[in-house]
Design a binder for this molecule. Sequence first.
Ligand code: GLA
Length: 807
Amino acid sequence: MITVKNGLYTITSGRTSYVMHIREGKYVENLHYGRRITPMHRANTDGLLDARDIMTDTDTEAALAEKYTNPYGNSVAAAGDNWCVTLDDMCLEMSNAATGDYRSLPLMLEGPDGCISTRFYIEDSLLYEGLYADSDKTGMPYAHISPDGGDKPWTLELIYRDHHTDGDDKGLELRVIYTAFEDCDVITKRMVLINDTGVTYTVRDISSMMLDLQGRDYSVMTFDGLWTRERHAHIKKLESGIYETGSTNGTSSNFHNPFVMLLKDGTTEKYGDCYGFNLIYSGNHRERMEVSEYGKTRVLTGINPFGFAYPLKPGERFYTPEAMLTYSPDGFNGVSHNCHRFITDHIIPPYFRGRKRPILINNWEATYFDFNRRKLIDLAGTAASLGIELFVLDDGWFGDRSDDSKALGDWYVNEKKLGGTLDSLVKEIKSKGLLFGIWVEPEMISQKSRLYETHPDWAVSVPGKEIYTGRNQMILDYTRKDVRDHIVDVICKLLGSADISYVKWDMNRPITDAYSKGGSLPGAFYHDYVLGLYDVMKRITGAYPHVLFEGCSAGGNRFDMGILSYMPQIWTSDDTDPSERMYIQGGTSYGYPQSVMGAHVSASPNHQTLRETSLETRFNVAAMGVLGYELDLTRLSLVDRKIISGQVEFYKKNRELLQNGSFTRVYNSDNNTIWQVTDDKKEHAVALLYKRYAEPNQSYDILYASDLIEDAVYRVRVRSIKVKVKTFGNLINQISPVYIKEDGVMQALIGKAYAMDGETEEYTVNGATLMYAGIRLAGRFIGTGLNEGTRVMGDYSSRLYSIDKIG
Ligand code: GLA
């Protein structure tokens, strides 16, 4: 709900209030963003007056507004000759360059004379039900209305004009736009610059949103990394001055995700004030926090000004990406829940909201480039026999692509390698009961390709300068319409040539050079590339609205809400080692729900880290995302086949919960982590308990839960697992009648056909006990006394527990 009343702009959601007013007739001052302060209507049964009858908006304003009663030493006066009002300590919603606010600024607009000093003063406002009226004209994805209706969003546009003393405003307008998504306590903000003058301006820097908060006792949590170790969570204390994060590689990047959190000191997973910020954008971005000397904190998020000098011609508008803001008094998990709900209900394509995602087998780590029809069919056949539902043909099926040095751009089927047409392969795979999916990398071009021979100018490079390649490839110039039309045409033809249900859309190198031969100017290149990408994605996914697209960029290099607006899931990381995935999926979970995270069970030793982990743990961790398998299933032992069939069966039975349940990080110590997914009614949950390292002779592990009904009675049961004989090394000879040599033939033979049953553990307990006391689980193996109750918990071990309400 948004109200504009008695000079107060109030955005209220279930648990938050965002309050602004106009100061000195021209500035918009933020009075509060945080826990709800807007009075609720109270049934008047106790004889007391309702707060709204005795407290007016003017009273609220008088209490919240800063008083400005004393002049500050050498500050610049913001209101004529009234020295008391100064901009450098005001909580502003918009601030002009070179006018006395010396903090980081949301806008740097350069006029034809080089002047950067603007006077955007508030002049008007528009309030209406629904999304921002120009959303479709921005060329960018935006948050949509929830497919199941829910609370209708409201939009407020604050309209500022660049004032001149001669009274002629010269036609430069700035709108700051707020949309309230009450159902998930999210507000979105963006800015739009309108040039109705007769001259061209250059936008040097423009944020999507600026937020000024009272106080300085904050830390920032960022999600940083690199290839194979994306989005690890880091907390940094903000100090006086500027902290900045972002990306300049043309994508949202694996270096620093656009999702960041601001935490009041002392905030934990469960308790405390926490803000979350994100962008619906896939290109260069910047998140800047500044703690002022007056002790206030400014947050700016938006496009990164690196290499940015966007010409705004007469009659043009510049739209910034839509920024997301959320607040929760319930700690990090509170913010995560808001973000998860926002992404599920307002970001991913509505068709895929809550729609079950098939369990897939991807041939990449099973075969890499070395495959033929026989291998693919065998893999698909085995996958089908294990209950897997979708076969994904990864890189190497097209052109002359026998390794990663060539052929990107040549999107025609290599029928020799596939042993026939794509259609015939798809039909054969479908006859085994599997859906079919395919990998593409449509933003790339290899120098060794037919496409490059025909169109060398379509590849991004600077004429006369050395070419930089990444993974032997160059970027296609998506700022050019002819390039985009070509790609839309070839990919749509490919998707129309066979019964394809899924597409993995990869992007394996970041952008360099930012120079177009026939498209955008250099200062506009990075942003126009993203607009071009959205144009292509919109046209292709729009033509195939029921095909499930999974975004990918060398794993998780482009994990953002822009991509999620077209593709309801993203390949979280090329790193499938479960130990690493606990950091990666755990970090990602702060801003994104598990239903958008691709998570695969792969081989051990892992291909990225060479770490050995059990098949059970690989599954348990992958089950906390959208499950797939990515290993050579045709060479599985009997035991592993049985284990995988059991996993697939468990996942299918709990799919709704695992994919769409509410995800909570319940517990985290140095060594133990508990995550839980819970259904809406709090009747069913699955909890993952993960132990990083074996602990000799330590106390019992405790299973804590969250989000349950205190008085309800639950049955808690461990998912039964198999423990491999090999786990015990030569200790097994203590119980074996014949000697089994470690790593010998006998051990291998036994291991293929036989595994021991893990512990069975079951409890009946109420929600309060589970949440506030926790179940002390059975003892771990510590070198003595192995029996059927012993939990064998070595390094990187884990269990899944089903929690079901029975009364
Ligand atoms: C990237 C992806 C992988 C795989 C390869 C194929 O690295 O992240 O999953 O598709 O490309 O070349």
